[in-house]
Design a protein around this ligand. Sequence first.
Ligand SMILES: C[S@@+](CC[C@H](N)C(=O)[O-])C[C@H]1O[C@@H](n2cnc3c(N)ncnc32)[C@H](O)[C@@H]1O
Length: 288
Amino acid sequence: MIRPYLTTTRGVLFDSDCIKTMRLLRPEIADCIFADPPFNLGKDYNSKFNDKVEQAEYYDWCREWILEGTRLLKPGGAFFIYATPEIAVRFAGFLNERLTFRHWIALSMKGTYSRGKKLYPAHYTLLYYTRGEPNTFNGLRTPIPACRHCGRDIKDYGGHRNKLNPEGLNLTDFWEDTSPNRHKKYKARKGVNELKLIIPERAILISTNPGDFVFDPFGGGGSTYQAAEMHGRNWLGTELYDCHYIKTRLTESFPVSVNRTPNFNIMDLFTNENSKSKVLRGRKRKSL
Ligand SMILES: C[S@@+](CC[C@H](N)C(=O)[O-])C[C@H]1O[C@@H](n2cnc3c(N)ncnc32)[C@H](O)[C@@H]1O
C-alpha cells in the first residue's frame, strides 16, 4: 500500500498520485493547502507526465483534486492555488462550491511581447480561499520600494511618507516584487516550473502558525516543503515523479531534519481503515 518516500522531523512525502492519496486521508487535517498544479499546456516535465489531455478531462481532474482538498481543510483553513488567470477562473468556480473567497492575488510577470489577438498576460494568479472565517491571518509587510539606481522611493505617499511603518508596507493582493518562477539556474528540478520560494512562503506565513499543518499535492521541486520546514510548520506532500529532486533539496537545506521520524504520527493522517495498512503500521516508530 502507501509508504512514505521521505520523512523529515516536520514532514512526510509520498511518491504517489495526489488524488489517490488524498482519498485515504482523514478529513480536516490541513491548516493550509498550497497547490501549484500542472496547467495542461503540453509542457515537457522531463518525466512520464503527460501535460496535454482533453480540456474537459483536465478540468474534471482538477475539480476532483480541488474538492478532495476542501475535504482535508480544517474549518478556518486556507486553500491557495497558483494558476494562469484563464485556468484560475475555472478553479475559482470549483472552490466557490465549498469555500469562501478571500483574494485573487496577482503576481506580476515581466515582459511585454505580442500574443496575437490577446493582451500580454502580465500576471499570474494565486487564489486564496478559506473554509469559512480564517483561523489565522498574519498580516505581512514588504520593504518600502526604492529605485535600484538612486535609492529613492518609487511611490509617492501623498505627504504621508513619515507616517509609514519603518518595517515596511502592508502586503497587498498585488505582488510585484516576485516573478512567478525560479530562475533556471537555481532550480532543484529541471523541466518543472519551480516557484520562487517567497510565493508558498508568504501563503504559509499569512495563514498558519508554527506547528500548523501544510499540504501540497504537487511537490515539483519541493518549494512548499522547504518553506514549511524553514518556518517550523509540519507538512505533507505528494509528487508522482522524480521525488529524488525534493529529497536532494531538503537534504541540502535541512540535513539534520531529513530521514528522521516526524514529530507527528503519520498514521493519524489516514482514516482508520488505511492506517491499518501493514506498511504504515511497520513504520509507526521507526526512523525512515
Ligand atoms: C508545476 S509543478 C509544481 C512545482 C512546485 N510548486 C515547485 O515550486 O517546485 C507540478 C508538479 O505536479 C506533479 N504531478 C502531476 N500530476 C500529479 C499527480 N496526479 N499527483 C501528484 N503529482 C503530480 C508533476 O510531476 C509536477 O512536478
